[in-house]
Design a protein around this ligand. Structure first.
Ligand code: ADE
Length: 239
């Protein structure tokens, strides 16, 4: 998979070289290219923004630098991801979908956003996906692009050492993940639930499923199917 990022703060994306995406580059699973949008400006001040037509606060990112960058990067046929609070919510199913693409190009906005014509133009030559990380406003798209990259890259075949851990974690099953424990068996007066040390795999699987359901019912009831019967799960923490 090839990932490109267009941003006016390329240093923000230095973190891509660390941790998981960095390892995927080392394994040859991933190519990362970070581009400074100002490369495609031609004035002394390397201007990327201007005041909004119609008035109002803030600045809007100009279309021309994006246009030249998209031409030079030959984005035709790629999937262009635009992080914006006005986008469709980023979820695990969307991460799985994006992980199937050959090439993702992230356009990181700042200020009040990107001139709409950039997005209209992109949609004529690439698959355009406007994506929101959640119902809150960040200062720009870089942090959102980093978060989406991590969620997508860890799904690439051959990337995770232990594929089973991908299946077990929160959201993959549609439920929040059950609590986890490691040694020691007792710590500061808190005990590991005895069932986990019983060696009874059926009982352990049942306990984990029950805890995942209870946690989801308590914290994220919106994730449970409307048809689920409330009596199926126990909300009190099991010992
Ligand atoms: N840019 C600014 N806020 C954002 C958000 N909530 N999600 C994605 N991109 C953003």
């Amino acid at each position: 998979m090839r990932l490109d990022y267009l941003t006016i703060f390329p240093e923000y994306l230095d973190a891509l070289r660390l941790s998981l995406p960095g390892k995927a580059v080392d394994k040859g699973l991933l190519e990362l290219h970070v581009h400074d949008l100002r490369t495609w400006t031609h004035d002394r001040h390397r201007t990327v923004d201007d005041t909004p037509y119609g008035g109002g606060a803030g600045m809007v990112l100009k279309p021309e630098p994006f246009g030249e960058a998209l031409d030079e990067l030959a984005v035709d046929g790629a999937t262009v991801v635009v992080p914006t609070p006005a986008g469709r919510p980023f979820t695990q199913p969307l991460a799985r979908e994006l992980a199937t693409r050959e090439r993702l190009v992230f356009l990181c906005g700042r200020y009040e956003g990107i001139d709409q014509r950039v997005l209209d133009h992109v949609a004529t030559r690439a698959e355009l996906v406007e994506v929101s990380l959640g119902d809150y406003v960040l200062n720009g798209g870089e942090v959102a692009a980093l978060a989406m990259t991590e969620a997508v890259v860890r799904l690439l075949p051959g990337f995770m050492g232990n594929a089973a851990s991908l299946v077990e974690e929160s959201h993959e099953s549609g439920l929040l993940e059950h609590p986890v424990y490691t040694k020691p068996a007792a710590w500061r007066g808190h005990e590991v639930p005895p069932v986990l040390m019983s060696g009874n795999h059926g009982a352990i699987a049942a306990w984990r499923h029950d805890r995942a359901l209870a946690r989801t019912a308590e914290r994220r009831p919106d994730l449970l199917p409307a048809t689920a019967v409330a009596s199926e799960w126990v909300v009190e923490p099991a010992v």
